[in-house]
Design a protein around this ligand. Sequence first.
Ligand SMILES: *[C@@H]1O[C@H](CO)[C@@H](O)[C@H](O)[C@H]1NC(C)=O
Ligand SMILES: *[C@@H]1O[C@H](CO)[C@@H](O)[C@H](O)[C@H]1NC(C)=O
Ligand SMILES: *[C@@H]1O[C@H](CO)[C@@H](O)[C@H](O)[C@H]1NC(C)=O
Ligand SMILES: *[C@@H]1O[C@H](CO)[C@@H](O)[C@H](O)[C@H]1NC(C)=O
Ligand SMILES: *[C@@H]1O[C@H](CO)[C@@H](O)[C@H](O)[C@H]1NC(C)=O
Ligand SMILES: *[C@@H]1O[C@H](CO)[C@@H](O)[C@H](O)[C@H]1NC(C)=O
Ligand SMILES: *[C@@H]1O[C@H](CO)[C@@H](O)[C@H](O)[C@H]1NC(C)=O
Length: 460
Amino acid sequence: MWFPLGLLWLLALMQYLHLAIGYELDPLDRYSISNVSQRVAYKMMQYYPGNQTGQAPGIFGEPIFWWQSGAVFGGLIDYWYYTGDAGYNNATTEAILFQVGDDRNFMPQNQSHSMGNDDQCFWALTAMSAAEKVFPDPPPDQPQWVALVQAVFNSQVVRWNMENCGGGLNWQVFKFNEGYEYKNTISNGCFFQIAARLARYTGNDTYAVWAEKAWDWVEAVRLINTTTWEVFDGHQTKTNCSKTRQGLDDKRWTYNHGILLAGAAYLYNYSKGADKWKNRINGLLQASDFFFQPPGGPADTMFEAMCEPWRTCNYDQRSFKAYFSRFLALTVNLAPFTAKHIMPKLRNSAIAAAKHCANGDDGNNCGMQWTLNGQWDGMYGVGEQLSALETIQNCLIGGMPSPATQKDRGTSKGDANAGDARKTRGKRTKVTTPQKVGAALATIIIVIIVVCVSAWVAMP
Ligand SMILES: *[C@@H]1O[C@H](CO)[C@@H](O)[C@H](O)[C@H]1NC(C)=O
Ligand SMILES: *[C@@H]1O[C@H](CO)[C@@H](O)[C@H](O)[C@H]1NC(C)=O
Ligand SMILES: *[C@@H]1O[C@H](CO)[C@@H](O)[C@H](O)[C@H]1NC(C)=O
Ligand SMILES: *[C@@H]1O[C@H](CO)[C@@H](O)[C@H](O)[C@H]1NC(C)=O
Ligand SMILES: *[C@@H]1O[C@H](CO)[C@@H](O)[C@H](O)[C@H]1NC(C)=O
Ligand SMILES: *[C@@H]1O[C@H](CO)[C@@H](O)[C@H](O)[C@H]1NC(C)=O
Ligand SMILES: *[C@@H]1O[C@H](CO)[C@@H](O)[C@H](O)[C@H]1NC(C)=O
């Protein structure tokens, strides 16, 4: 009898010393993956206020930005697809449909104060995934999954901006928002990816032409270095995306590599195996190895190289590994020759993630760093849960069918003219003079208050 008692004692001691025991994951076992995924997803949704009375569906609220909320529901569509657990399906449908906005293109008025092309596009990725995975369609009087993605495509294609840098999408949609004068990889990479996916789903080549154009632009302004295949974050537009690297943000994020990689895999599939896309996939894969080599840490374990080692990742960045894992799995599915490169890394990262997911008072919080041999870094939240969830559940990609298309298993109805781009542009891109005066007044008042308060505090 002493053995179980001793074991219990040891477990208690480990808890006390914050040596989390973690979840043990067998990444080759469907049951094990579903089991751990279920717990991680459950904890993630405990942060969700959107299903409570008086709260807006689809929004996690501070400090989680709107785009990340959209990404969570994409993660839950995958969760249902992989595990068969439909427990969050209704909440997911409700959330997506609540956030489509007046023009049914994921531009709800509430979000215009910081609407980025990437933000809008991340919700489109969620809708696209619903179509491709044949997630239950909304009632016929509601917007349909593919039509929502087409609406986002239609509203972004008219924003292609030749004023500088030879094209590209600005980060922000509206000129009055900070960040408009920045053209970044994630906005253009996401546009590239939805265009590639629409081409494959609908068979309409117009989307593929735009996908090519977006890729070519990202390459032309050297946000991809086609020698090293590193992918950088973006350019300030005032330098016209100059070759001097002035105004270039050369930080490398997992999700930027991933969004281009998966988009390339869709076009590889759409083009029936074109060498051009195969080479690009291979290049990006090789550059992505960087995110599996934590300095001094265990090999083949995913980490967010630009912030994780210093524990400086913000709330957005804490979720990036989720999309990277999701995109890696899509790549395996559409370009199967990548499986032997990707799967060992994904599985190893999933084991490591699960090991860091039994923390906190309820023993169910994931940490951010998966490289600490089970030790908890004290980080927790929606981003940490989502990153672990997607990394773990995507280990089930092997043997899954390819994404559905209009001709093959798909049920979602498209609409090539969805989203009234003309109306959206006319209505919201103009900042009227009263608004400008209002903003200026507000700034002056805030400055006065700050000065007065500082003076008051500084008084002896
Ligand atoms: C998950 O695994 C744990 C431990 O093996 C087990 O106790 C639990 O019942 C499993 N949960 C489900 C839903 O199968
Ligand atoms: C909202 O969802 C959470 C997590 O799924 C659940 O625990 C809670 O009961 C739900 N609340 C309502 C009002 O449905
Ligand atoms: C927009 O914000 C208002 C006020 O907070 C809220 O009632 C409404 O549900 C929100 N709409 C969306 C689409 O989030
Ligand atoms: C989801 O909604 C459908 C239709 O409204 C309903 O029949 C079903 O019980 C709901 N499922 C859950 C888990 O709430
Ligand atoms: C800006 O760069 C584009 C190509 O990237 C070039 O075609 C254009 O002439 C440049 N404009 C200026 C003002 O230098
Ligand atoms: C790509 O990276 C290599 C190695 O760092 C560098 O020599 C080259 O100039 C870069 N190419 C571009 C177009 O920036
Ligand atoms: C293909 O997509 C383009 C761009 O949205 C659209 O203008 C065109 O009508 C579509 N063609 C067909 C046959 O649906």
